[in-house]
Design a protein around this ligand. Structure first.
Ligand code: IMP
Ligand code: MG
Length: 178
């Protein structure tokens, strides 16, 4: 495992992104919508850097991946509690890889009548997007490696690492047949 972003570097990048978010929304009615599970560490740090009125909600997007290869996506908006009508939604996720998660979440949230929907991610993986949207706020661009830590997992492990690491080929298990 190779460290990609240390705790100090992560903190600085998130602080910068928080400043951009703060400046963009000012005092508009903001609801931060975290995408479970990967976003929880970022979410906890990000909201404490946003000195402004905001609400927090959660949705779940589960990628039924067997390994590092993306699988079918299951989206669950059932955790949304408050009324998001007329509010500015900021979807927060751990990583923008193919973009499919956010691309599928946006129209479903849009049906609930928010004032706007934007997206913020900790990481954007280079050259992997397959959708016609880009994340609005990004803390870091990362190379096309499988990364773990700071909320991101590999087979449910490593979410609790306080830093971001890239797994090496030997650490990635057998890919299931395509
Ligand atoms: P996308 O839908 O392809 O953009 O992928 C987004 C989701 O896939 C993220 O929310 C992560 O849960 C997961 N993911 C993509 N790349 C990685 C990675 O390198 N490490 C861990 N999880 C990843
Ligand atoms: Mg995720």
């Amino acid at each position: 495992m190779k460290t990609l972003l240390t705790e100090e570097v992560l903190r600085e990048g998130i602080r910068r992104m928080a400043g951009e978010i703060r400046q963009h929304y000012a005092d508009r009615p903001l609801t931060i919508v975290g995408v479970l599970i990967g976003s929880v560490v970022l979410l906890a740090d990000l909201i404490r850097l946003l000195d402004m009125p905001l609400r927090v909600e959660m949705v779940q997007a589960r990628n039924n991946r067997k390994s590092t290869r993306p699988g079918p996506l299951v989206i669950d908006l059932g955790l949304l509690g408050g009324d998001v009508r007329g509010r500015h939604l900021l979807l927060v996720d751990d990583i923008f890889h193919t973009g499919n998660t956010l691309w599928e979440l946006i129209p479903q949230l849009d049906e609930l009548g928010p004032a706007s929907i934007k997206t913020a991610v900790l990481l954007r993986k280079q050259g992997q997007s397959v959708v016609p949207i880009k994340p609005d706020f990004v803390s870091f661009d990362v190379p096309d490696a499988f990364v773990v830590g700071y909320g991101l997992d590999y087979r449910d492990r490593y979410r609790n690492l306080p830093y971001l690491a890239a797994l090496e080929a030997a650490e990635l298990g057998e890919e299931p047949p395509a």
